[in-house]
Design a protein around this ligand. Structure first.
Ligand code: Q46
Ligand code: ZN
Ligand code: ZN
Length: 302
């Protein structure tokens, strides 16, 4: 039997990077210390921030909420029911249960109630993830801005980041490469977006959430099948298996050298419908969902 490096108790996990075995209690400490260090290292939070944690029902968002709660941060949660059939119903139910168990307030937005249609009902040739991603980002930000939150924490982890990074390198998406990172700073009508799990892998997170008696959704969104990021993730896992620590070095080296990718300054204007930052006269959200009036997401007026 493997023993915990710190107390000699029965090992709960045997990690390859860093190479060590840890018991349940020391593993929990390891993960929470890592989250705390990530928050400090990347200067993600400041005194007086009002934080919203985006919850989807999955393990990553849950780990973000548990970790931040155990580290003593105050926050509320936001769930978006995207209208992807059964999957969205299960996600909402489980997100509510999680927040209930954590004793944190949950706000729920329902896309179909807001714009008349869910992601699953849109008829277009575009890949669902393109307009779904844009919709989630818009609603999270608009909800935060309308309700006085200035920070949104999401569950993006090291596996997501490295897969995204590899994809952007393979396709030389310089614009993304110049902006990708552990956080997006705050600006006029844009909440700061932070990724406290930036240096933790899927495996780290799964072991961490399994320490607690809180359910999470294991199934993936039906539209995620065949996504290129899954292929990149598989390739990276193979490399990591042979050479532990590669993923972490990949993102750290990238952040150190990110300056080599020229950053195009984008001039934003105000969407003439919703007043939110936009590239064109009308923002992509109002354009895609054919809105004629601003969606007001202030609590109590949903
Ligand atoms: S973007 Fe795509 Fe996700 Fe939206 S359509 Fe499903 S897989 S939920 S993370
Ligand atoms: Zn121990
Ligand atoms: Zn708009």
């Amino acid at each position: 039997m493997r023993r915990c490096k710190f107390c000699g108790g029965e090992a709960y996990i045997v990690m390859k990077s860093p190479k060590m075995a840890l018991c349940r209690e020391h593993y929990r400490e390891f993960v929470e210390r890592k989250i705390e260090r990530t928050i400090h290292h990347y200067k993600m939070l400041k005194e007086g921030d009002r934080i919203l944690v985006a919850v989807s029902g999955g393990k990553d968002a849950l780990a973000t909420a548990i970790g931040m709660k155990n580290l003593g941060y105050e926050f509320e949660c936001l769930h978006i029911n995207l209208g992807i059939g059964e999957h969205s119903e299960k996600s909402e139910k489980i997100s509510r249960e999680q927040c209930d168990k954590l004793g944190r307030k949950i706000h729920v937005l329902n896309l179909k109630e807001l714009v008349g249609m869910g992601i699953g009902e849109v008829r277009t040739r575009r890949a669902p993830c393109s307009y779904c991603g844009m919709t989630k980002r818009y609603l999270m930000n608009k909800f935060a801005v309308d309700n006085g939150f200035n920070v949104i924490a999401t569950g993006h982890n090291l596996d997501d980041e490295t897969a995204f990074l590899l994809g952007n390198l393979l396709h030389w998406n310089i614009n993304y490469l110049s902006r990708q990172g552990s956080m997006l700073p705050e600006s006029e009508k844009m909440a700061r977006r932070i990724k406290p799990l930036y240096e933790l892998t899927n495996e780290n997170i799964e072991y961490y959430v399994n320490l607690f008696d809180i359910p999470y959704l294991q199934e993936r969104c039906p539209y995620s099948q065949g996504a290129k990021s899954i292929l990149y993730g598989k390739v990276l896992n193979e490399i990591e298996e042979e050479s532990p620590g590669t993923k972490l070095n990949f993102v750290k080296g990238f952040l150190k050298n990110q300056g080599i990718f020229p950053r195009e300054e984008i001039e934003l204007r105000e969407c003439k419908i919703c007043g939110m930052p936009s590239l064109g006269e009308v923002c992509s959200f109002c354009r895609f969902w054919k809105l004629e009036d601003e969606l007001k997401l202030r609590e109590g007026k949903l």
